[in-house]
Ligand binder design. Structure first.
Ligand code: PLP
Length: 425
């Protein structure tokens, strides 16, 4: 992937603090070869979010002021009272048993199918699920079919495995698509309010893809962090649930690997996510997890269980969604007033992002980014979401992190940046 931003030094230490080394010190071994294709983009966008002078519309972060801090404090106390040292130990690699059971029951209810703990692996966020899937499925040169644009974290997770990519064509009409599916190790999609586009995939398209995947005999990774953030209507059934309907007997043994998380509905700091899959896949992911982190945190998994059992989602999510909707509308209204001549977008029915595409073919959002930073506003350019970094005509704008008046100021700055950029061409 092409990196348009300067890389952060690998060791992060300023030269002054390094121990003095004699001239004759031999060269240390080189870093692993895949790092030549890596970049520190996510790290840099996280850092920009911490700069008070910049309006960051870049990150994919929830609004910190809505975090249910008191509920988490009470749940932490209850978790320690209830589980004692069991919440403080290394635990089973598969995760805290009572939370696994809770998640199995929750997925069974949501899909109307039978899922047992054998179908559940607790992960350190959905991100670890993506990483483990790369570890267990992908060898160098293997093919992944992925929606394009796609989540940058997934591309990052799989980069060390050196895969090839084919873009998922949701119309399923691409002549080579069938062959790609047959050759692919898996298909990756975020059908609910995707990152970066905010798009919702129709039930018919999900069903059609699933049927093709079943026929091709490959895996389908359904990454679903944004499900709780619904602003206009319902998301419809997950692909996991659709497969259940096609094969109604027994514990789930289908091709869908479903990734869930509490990062967007409660807080990312718990780092609690889950993978739901065929028991054989769960065992294989567990094997890979063992060499990644030994176990996740039993403590945050026990706290998550307390939160879920006490109905945190029912109490917390509706109010948060209401406020996010106001922010989404503020962004779209400000953009209509100030950016409509230069960009087009759809109002996302859920999630965290608006995907703005340039109307003017001269606009390259990598180049625009420098002007935006001068105007003290940040967004994420489309190249980041493209496996080969080639897409330059769009940008991802986040609306959940900032208050409406800050979003409006950010859009004013983006308009100024666009005007100055175009004048410079
Ligand atoms: C599509 C997608 N998948 C996975 C993740 C990772 O989430 P988690 O915090 O659960 O690791 C994110 C986070 O932004 C995401 O957007």
């Amino acid at each position: 992937m092409q990196c348009f931003l300067p890389s952060v030094p690998m060791d992060g230490l300023p030269a002054m603090q390094r121990p003095a080394e004699p001239e004759s010190t031999p060269q240390r071994p080189a870093y692993s070869a895949w790092l030549r294709d890596s970049n520190s983009i996510t790290q840099q966008f996280m850092a920009i979010g911490g700069r008070p002078d910049i309006v960051s519309l870049a990150g994919g972060l929830p609004a910190a002021e809505f975090y249910p801090t008191a509920a988490i404090e009470a749940a932490s106390k209850r978790a320690l009272d209830r589980w004692g040292s069991a919440a403080l130990e290394y635990g089973p690699i598969e995760g805290f048993p009572a939370l696994r059971e809770h998640i199995a029951a929750r997925i069974s209810k949501a899909t109307g199918r039978t899922f047992t703990v054998a179908n559940v692996l607790l992960t350190v966020g959905a991100m670890q699920g993506l990483d483990l899937l790369g570890k267990v499925l992908v060898d160098p040169g293997d093919l992944i079919v992925t929606q394009n644009p796609t989540y940058v974290g997934a591309l990052d997770a799989w980069r060390p495995r050196r895969p090839r990519y084919v873009a998922l064509d949701w119309s399923l009409r691409e002549p080579d698509f069938g062959r790609a599916l047959a050759d692919a190790k898996f298909v990756y999609t975020v059908p609910n309010y995707s990152n970066p586009t905010g798009a919702l995939v129709s039930t018919a398209a999900r069903q059609a893809l699933l049927e093709r995947v079943v026929r091709a005999g490959t895996w389908l990774v359904e990454d679903d962090p944004y499900l709780p953030l619904q602003y206009d209507g319902d998301a419809g059934p997950s692909i996991l649930a659709l497969h259940g309907r096609m094969a109604p007997e027994g514990t789930y043994a289908g091709p869908v690997v479903y990734l869930g998380t509490l990062s967007k509905s409660i807080v990312p700091g718990l780092r609690v996510g889950w993978a739901i899959a065929d028991p054989g896949m769960i065992q294989t992911l567990t094997l890979a997890k063992q060499s990644s982190d030994l176990t996740g945190s039993m403590l945050t998994q026990a706290i998550a269980l307390e939160l879920l059992e006490h109905g945190i989602e029912e109490q917390h999510v509706p109010g948060m969604v209401e406020r996010y909707r106001v922010r989404r509308d503020a962004l779209c209204a400000a953009a209509s007033r100030q950016l409509g001549d230069w960009y087009e977008w759809e109002v996302p029915p859920g999630g965290m992002f608006v995907w703005m595409r340039a109307r003017d073919p001269r606009i390259d959002t990598n180049d625009l980014y420098a002007f935006a930073l001068e105007e003290k506003v940040a967004f994420v350019p489309s190249s980041v979401f493209d496996a080969d970094g080639a897409r330059r005509d769009a940008m991802r704008i986040n609306f959940t992190r900032s208050r409406p008046e800050v979003i409006e100021e950010g859009i004013r700055r983006l308009a100024r940046a666009t005007e100055r950029y175009l004048a410079s061409l």
